[in-house]
Ligand binder design. Structure first.
Ligand SMILES: [Fe+2]
Length: 176
């Protein structure tokens, strides 16, 4: 794997961040619409609540993408609030809809006692994944990477129960 992960803390403006954190706790996470992998390997790794493609929230998020990562959205594949309570790592790649797709996660909130975040793996042999980089779940941190060539997984190491963590994901093709 060619590691290309960018991280930015204090990603959303404070007021907007607090608003979306509140919003994330009131949503219903029943959609299994977002899947990872290809063909028979398709699986959903989290429950989600989709964000409207032309809505205000995406426009606001795009401002932060531009400010911190110097990218603009050409085509939006999917945007959603997500809720993860997985304990076992599930390394996967995500099927791209557009060329050069970027995947971004904005960590919102979760139990602060959890050592959680996102793991990035090298696939060293068939079904052998070596953890290359672990990014910690820090509220209002954004992580951006190339999902189609990058094995990754939600990580929740020390959960004693199923307490979930909430994030926003945005999958998009950037403007050149
Ligand atoms: Fe993924």
């Amino acid at each position: 794997m060619n590691v290309d992960i960018k991280i930015k803390d204090n990603f959303l403006p404070k007021e907007l961040f607090e608003k979306v954190v509140k919003q994330s706790t009131t949503l219903e996470y029943s959609s299994k619409a977002i899947v990872s992998g290809y063909g028979d390997e398709k699986q959903h790794v989290f429950l989600s609540n989709l964000i409207k493609k032309n809505g205000n929230l995406i426009k606001e998020i795009e401002k932060s993408i531009k400010k911190h990562f110097n990218l603009e959205i050409e085509n939006l594949h999917v945007a959603a609030f997500t809720c993860v309570s997985t304990k076992k790592a599930t390394p996967h790649t995500d099927a791209s809809l557009y060329p050069n797709e970027k995947h971004m996660i904005i960590y919102l909130h979760g139990d602060s006692n959890l050592n959680s975040g996102t793991g990035f793996y090298n696939l060293t042999d068939e079904n052998v994944y070596d953890l290359n980089t672990a990014v910690g779940f820090f509220p209002n941190r954004a992580v951006i990477f190339n999902a189609d060539e990058c094995w990754h997984s939600p990580l929740i190491y020390t959960a004693l129960d199923n307490s979930p963590r909430f994030s926003i994901i945005v999958w998009f093709q950037p403007k050149k």
